[in-house]
Each structure stands twice: as structure tokens, then as C-alpha cells.
Design a protein around this ligand. Sequence first.
Ligand code: CO
Ligand code: ZN
Length: 336
Amino acid sequence: MKQLIQKLTDTFSPSGYESAIRAVIRAEVEPLADEIRVDALGNLIVRKAPAEKNENNGSPRKIMIAAHMDEIGVIATHIDSKGFVRFTAIGGVYPRNLPGGRVRFFNGTPGVIGMEPVDKPGDTQPLEKCYIDVGASSDKNHPIKIGDVAAFERPFLDMGDRLVAKSMDDRIGCVVAIEALRALKSTPHDVYFVFTTQEEVGTRGAETSAYGIDPDLGFSIDVTGWGDTPAQKGLQMDLGKGPAIKIKDGGMLSDPRIVNWMIRTADQAKLPYQREVLLGGTTDARAMQLVRSGVPVGCISIPCRYVHTPSEMVDFNDVQNAVRLITALLSNPIEL
Ligand code: CO
Ligand code: ZN
């Protein structure tokens, strides 16, 4: 599974430009799927059909599971006369995480991020004061055009239990979905794994795919924050203590029936889990919950340190336990 994590996190696919990661995921899931299709927004929809004989007597529940395959990135807005590229964010890009970082544009051009000097020490600069240095000395014959897109570049790092990469958000959720699909021998439900697009710019792919699938219930798989580093506040969440069952985040209240179903299943399977109340941010589950006339949803989160930096860290045990929990959730009949 670590090789798969490396393969997915090494792939460059910011929001709106998911074709590269979609091809990598499609190669993994195609042999496991009963049906596979790509919708107009680029969501990869993978169906695992219900087993012929099931306890629900021919009325299986339609379950949607969303993991987003896009990642944060940047997009060029202006090239100055000395060849420096100004840019704006695709998703939650924070200036204090940028100086010294590297990006790679879609045409292969690498770049280093710099920042204008601050007036007073301790000042933080807005994104407009950052630029990308691609090694050019003028805007003549420049390799980058306005609108060219880049993603952050940082190699995958295996520390044993702890794994570090760019785009763990949410390639780790994609890996969990792939491995759960692989482990799911048969299901009484009509299961749709959706590898969604454009989550980082506002859960856009989840919105259209949920409308198209029209699920009876669903959940997302995404990273959450952490609370176990020096002076980190606001969230009780430790790496290695199990995947989190989301109760609330900045944009969604999980349906209590879904939360109870997840907790009951974890208890029965003797799997560790943490209860999650995240103050800011949200996931694809928000879009799923609010589509059509509404859908009961929840979310399984992978605790992740340094989210939205190029070195996002997860614990491998949490990843494996998330796979086990989701496999157990989908293997058995549901009583909500
Ligand atoms: Co994110
Ligand atoms: Zn995410």
C-alpha cells in the first residue's frame, strides 16, 4: 500500500486538471469495478454492484463514498519584465508556507517560490507579494504563460509509521477508497466510490456527482487536522490513535444516524477511532448532504499534520484502520 501512496502523491493534478491522477486511479480500480465512468466534471465513478442474494430483498441502499483526487496548486497571473511569475491560489494556499518551496508547471517547468522583503520583521506577506522564479531573466521567450497551472513539488518520505508527502490531502483518502474496494469481497449495497474533482475550490465535483448518483446515504474520506504537536490548539486529534469519525466541521453536521452506524461498526470490529469536531474547513460530504432534497452523510477522516503544506504527514496505522472500518461498513446490512 505504501507504493500506491507514493504513486498517487507523486502525481501532479491541481483542481480542474485531474486527468493525470484520474488515469493513475482508473488503472487501479478498473479490474475491481462492476461499472466505471467519468462524468462531465471529470469525476471518476466506480460502482460495486450488490450481491445477487442480499438481506435487503432486492432494494439495496445506494451508498456514495467520495474521496477527492485534486490537490491545491497555483496559477500564473502575470509575468514581469524580469521574468518573475506572479500567481494566485488554486485552493487553500497560505503565504507563510511558501518561501523556498518548489513548484512544477504542467509543461514540466520547475520553479522556486520567493517573497518580497517585509517592511517590519514579523510581518506576514499576502500572496501578491510572492512570486515564482523559473530561472528566466526577462519576459522574452518565457516558458510560462498567464493561466499556466503548477502544483507543489516534494518527494514522498517513508518514516516507518509516519508517511510524508505533498497532496496527502486527499490522495490518502483515494488510497483508502481503492484499498477498501479491493478488500470488499461482496456487499449487500449498491456502492459508488467517487474520486471527485475540484474539492479544494469548493467541493464542486462532489456536488454534480452526488446529483447524478442520487444516493440514499453517503460519506466522504478526507484528511482532518491535528492537535498533537507543540502548542497546537483547537482540535483533539492524535496521529496513530485511529481514523476519525466526523461529528462536525466548519461546513457540516454529520447525520447522527451515520455517526452511530460508524461507531457501532468500529466497536464491533474492535477498530480504534477518534471522535472529530473540526472548527474550520469542510469536505465533499457537505456538498453530498445538500444535493437534491438532502442526503444523510458522515465522514471518515485521516488525521494529518501540516495540512496544505508540501509536507503533509499521516500515520500508516490510521490509514490501514480506515480501510478496515470502511470495508466493515460496506460489508454488512445497515440499520440506521
Ligand atoms: Co484540502
Ligand atoms: Zn481534502
